[in-house]
Design a protein around this ligand. Structure first.
Ligand SMILES: Cc1cc2nc3c(=O)[nH]c(=O)nc-3n(C[C@H](O)[C@H](O)[C@H](O)COP(=O)(O)OP(=O)(O)OC[C@H]3O[C@@H](n4cnc5c(N)ncnc54)[C@H](O)[C@@H]3O)c2cc1C
Length: 419
């Protein structure tokens, strides 16, 4: 007899939601987390959409707790020179808004929600795995404690210890377009009358995202080519602030503002999948699949993979499937949902941060980006209602390219009539 059915290593979006699902199904689960909860994760400047919130509803996570005092963002605007676009967040399951959540609050709410169903220990780092022949049968804590389980799940993020210890293979690794990202929270920024996520720039090889967040704070993130976002050691904050202040519209936002957190971030964000599991182990969340945050899909993917892994574990434990079959089904389900988005996110990184738009394409691209129908469909991609490869139907492109010149002409008439 082992101590637990499942040990989940890592207690943030993937681990806490997986543990809650397994606990709700009656399994004996131990949730282990290295940091003290509540606390911030290693790096994340997060936006979440209704797609994530719907998955959280399924496990009874309380929106008033994870999004306490957090404004509902219904509008995303791009204010880059010559490209003013607006995206209204499309409705999904009764929610037509996103949040730029406070990650400490969000992660803590998910942790507390999991503890209603399973046992959890924070400040518990695992340093190694227990093996019986070729099978993982438990974990070894930094305090030397041995704890056994029928299955060990690595929900321990990008730099997963579990993945390293089992030697999980990596695949679909993309390194051609490395990016880095830096962010901090500010007080005293007033963007607009209603909460908004504002994108700016990108043509410099980096771009800015300014999002209204919890407790009347605003997060400003800069993401761009890793070579360009390369501050000297110890000078990250100066580097970050200088980049923002170089942009007049962003500098104007800072007149009454005060930066209230350190500048955090990540250099050379990884893009990959890992092997989903093996004898006595599995991976979930970022430990399994990680990607550039430009589309803000990491938390959704983490809680989605948790749902799919919970299903696989329950199928295995109930005898419906052998472990190998359950893992294969898990892998296939995750692939179907995440692979098109992965490709589209990396394409966006290349297109918006690396490639220079040829002069002839600038106007047609603006017509597409300013087209309400096209933006609606892009919003449905971000909220995972349609796959990215379904956005641009020939009819939509043609329609947008016809509507674009008409819109330009009517703006011209408007301007003339006001003279
Ligand atoms: C800069 C940046 C910005 C981002 N912005 C967004 C965004 O806007 N929207 C979005 O959806 N996603 C965003 N993401 C991605 C998102 O943060 C991740 O996809 C998400 O946090 C993954 O959740 P997870 O539970 O898999 O891993 P994590 O959140 O990384 O949690 C892993 C946990 O495992 C614990 N752990 C690690 N090792 C051990 C160990 N040995 N023993 C015990 N515990 C351990 C860690 O302490 C940590 O708490 C961003 C990522 C980055 C880097």
């Amino acid at each position: 007899m082992r101590d637990y059915d499942v040990i989940v290593v890592g207690g943030r979006p993937a681990g806490a939601t997986l543990a809650a699902r397994l606990g709700q199904a009656g399994m004996k689960v131990l949730l282990l987390e290295r940091s003290a909860m509540p606390s911030l994760p290693s790096a994340s400047s997060p936006i979440i959409y209704a797609s994530t919130m719907s998955l959280l509803d399924e496990i009874g996570a309380d929106e008033t707790a994870y999004a306490r005092n957090t404004p509902k963002i219904r509008r995303m605007v791009n204010a880059s020179p010559g490209l003013d676009t607006e995206l209204r967040i499309p409705m999904l399951d009764g929610r037509d808004y996103a949040y730029a959540i406070d990650r400490e609050r969000f992660d803590h709410a998910l942790w507390e929600n999991a503890l209603r169903h399973v046992e959890g220990r924070d400040k518990f780092a695992i340093v190694d795995l227990l093996w019986e022949r070729e099978r993982v049968v438990g974990v070894i804590g930094a305090n030397g404690e041995h704890i056994s389980a029928d299955l060990v799940v690595g929900a321990d993020g990008r730099f997963s210890t579990v993945a390293r210890k089992v030697g999980a293979e990596e695949h679909d690794v993309v390194e051609q377009y490395p990016t880095s990202i830096y962010y901090a929270y500010w007080k005293g920024i007033k963007q607009a009358d209603e909460p908004v996520a504002l994108a700016y720039g990108q043509e410099f090889g980096y771009g800015f995202l300014v999002m209204d967040s919890a407790d009347e704070t605003t997060v400003i993130a800069i993401e761009g080519q890793a070579e360009l976002l390369n501050p000297e050691p110890g000078k990250t904050a100066e580097f970050y602030e200088a980049l923002i202040r170089q942009q007049p519209p962003l500098n104007a936002l800072l007149t009454q503002a005060e930066r209230i957190t350190d500048v955090r971030g990540m250099r050379r964000v990884g893009n990959l999948y890992r092997q989903p599991g093996g004898a006595g182990w599995a991976l979930v969340g970022d430990a399994y699949h990680q990607k550039d945050p430009i589309d803000g899909q990491g938390i959704y993917d983490a809680v989605f993979t948790a749902k799919m892994l919970a299903q696989a574990i329950l199928d295995w434990r109930s005898g419906k499937k052998l472990w190998g079959e359950a893992l294969a089904a898990y892998d296939a389900a995750v692939r179907r949902e995440t692979y098109p988005m992965y490709g589209s996110t990396l394409e966006r990184v290349r297109g918006s941060l690396y490639d220079k738009t040829p002069a002839w394409a600038v106007t047609p691209l603006r017509w597409l980006a300013q087209d309400t129908l096209t933006m609606e469909r892009f919003g449905m991609v971000l909220t995972r209602q349609i796959k990215p490869n379904r956005v641009m139907t020939p009819t939509l492109v043609l329609g947008a390219l016809l509507r674009g010149p008409l819109r330009d002409f009517s703006r011209f008439l408007d301007r003339e009539s006001r003279r």
